[in-house]
Design a protein around this ligand. Structure first.
Ligand SMILES: NC(=O)c1ccc[n+]([C@@H]2O[C@H](COP(=O)([O-])OP(=O)(O)OC[C@H]3O[C@@H](n4cnc5c(N)ncnc54)[C@H](O)[C@@H]3O)[C@@H](O)[C@H]2O)c1
Length: 254
């Protein structure tokens, strides 16, 4: 039986689309034919992604700046995206922040910030999109977690590791609860990837040591990660739900 990897006409909401993996996912899904709604706190970066999506011939994406840690911004962003796209068949949560603070130096407001952006915002996005997906009896969600959600963060602090473990748990739970409604939910767990999240807080010599520690011998590109997400949201992955898909060059094998 022929299977579809084409996303023509499907409405896709991508968070964290101003930079790194989220930006590459927006371009990847756009190249597969999806109609895009892009969210990020970084308005300037979002505008740059908008121009690149247009330039590659993937149509005009709907872009909405906002802080996804704030419930009212999530509600407004999902409502506006639904209004613009007509429907949301795909949700990819790729926004996130990393803090490298050693455990005993983490203040409770930094703990709350990392949990708020990396976990609570994903809960809010799923909560606002799922009723709509359930109504139309279909949809697919990919939560971009991390190798940190499978094992332990290579760079981030304990709060990052805990939030990503939570995101893996949320994805598994939602997969079970919503499978009868035709909705798939998976966690995507990248290993080290060359994005501003990593390069901005890591000196060159540490980046080189990190590369050398990866069995594949190098840090992944955001485009390599985005292609995996393109597969996961396509009909080719129709039987994959509740999974954690690792893409880490052999760093961990669970
Ligand atoms: N780069 C890596 O090595 C790596 C590895 C594993 C997992 N990840 C995960 O991949 C995802 C993407 O990270 P990246 O490497 O592309 O980083 P990045 O910093 O390049 O991109 C993250 C994006 O999230 C946005 N963002 C941050 N806080 C936000 C908020 N409150 N509201 C809305 N948008 C917000 C940022 O503006 C940025 O555009 C994150 O969830 C990250 O934890 C990254």
């Amino acid at each position: 039986m022929a299977w579809q990897i084409d996303l023509s006409g499907r409405g896709a909401l991508v968070t964290g689309a101003a930079s790194g993996i989220g930006k590459a996912i927006a371009l990847q899904l756009g190249s597969m034919g999806a109609r895009l709604a892009l969210l990020d706190i970084n308005e300037e970066g979002l505008e740059a992604t908008r121009r690149e999506v247009l330039a590659q011939g993937s149509g005009e994406p709907f872009c909405m700046p906002g802080d996804l840690a704030l419930e009212r911004h999530v509600v407004r962003a999902v409502d506006s995206s639904l209004h613009q796209l007509g429907e949301i068949q795909i949700l990819v949560n790729s926004h996130g922040i990393l803090r490298r603070t050693p455990f005993t130096a983490i203040q409770s407001d930094e703990w709350d910030l990392v949990m708020g952006v990396n976990l609570r915002a994903c809960f809010l996005l799923c909560k606002n999109v799922l009723p709509h997906m359930r109504e139309r009896r279909g949809g697919v969600i990919v939560n971009v977690a991390s190798l940190a959600g499978r094992s332990c963060s290579l760079l981030g602090g304990a709060h990052y590791t805990v939030a990503k473990h939570g995101l893996v748990g949320l994805s598994r739970h939602l997969a079970r609860e919503f499978a009868p409604s035709g909705i798939r939910v998976n966690a995507f767990c990248p290993g080290a990837t060359m994005t501003p999240m990593v390069t901005e807080c890591t000196p060159q010599d540490e980046l080189e040591r990190l590369s050398a520690s990866i069995p594949r011998g190098r840090i992944a590109t955001p485009e390599e990660q985005a292609r995996v997400v393109g597969f996961l949201v396509s009909d080719a992955a129709v039987n994959i739900t509740g999974a954690c898909i690792d893409s880490n060059g052999g760093t961990i094998m669970l």
